[in-house]
Design a protein around this ligand. Sequence first.
Ligand code: AP5
Length: 210
Amino acid sequence: MKLIFLGPPGAGKGTIASKICENLGIPHISTGDLFRKAIKNQTELGKKVQQIIESGDLVPDALTVALVKERLNNPDVEKGYILDGFPRTIGQADSLSEFSSIDAVINFTITDDQVIKRLAGRRLCKNCGAGYHVDTVKPKEEGICDKCGGELIIRPDDAPEAIKNRLAVYYESTEPLIDYYRQKGILNDVDGSPEVAAVVKDTETTISAI
Ligand code: AP5
């Protein structure tokens, strides 16, 4: 099953994708995670995109499409995958359709107020990238990742100004993808606002009906 997870920043795409991918045994491909890894390793790509990402703007389509195209050449995608955070523009969606055929798009809905609460309280493992929240998705030990024992940090683009910009960028460039995929007949809405377990269950029910 080849799936796209769509939705505003903080809708829970990464949290839900990591659980569904574990259950389905398919890779979770997050462009945000790939870019953050490149920044951490200070690769050529990482140096190019660091400032763009920290401000909440989008990385240019050409760079992003090339990254995803290369990732989809990996043999682990044979049984399918979840694309989390890609595509994010109509141009990226058009490019994707030239090298992959998507079975379904899950669009997570959530209010702007919830986005702000979720991003302001998000914590990320510096080592493995696992996501937490200070109120809703707490680690067993404060500040420490349950999975690898790494230190939990705040993402630079979760600063208030960057969150504001990311929401504006979402409405301008990414929200139009809802109609784009609805017109193709493959869009499925899932309410992203309940607790994690309920959203996972609704998403699994939606996927099993596809
Ligand atoms: P990316 O990492 O993709 O950021 P995003 O889309 O803004 O998404 P987030 O990771 O912020 O949120 P999410 O929906 O995954 O929510 P999460 O599960 O973490 O991209 C970062 C940057 O990279 C972009 O701004 C851009 O610069 C660049 N980039 C990436 N892809 C690109 C592309 N295709 N083109 C161009 N540039 C690109 O959850 C958020 C918080 O809420 C967490 O704390 C979590 O624990 C908590 N939470 C989650 N679900 C629930 C729930 N149901 N109830 C309560 N709390 C919850």
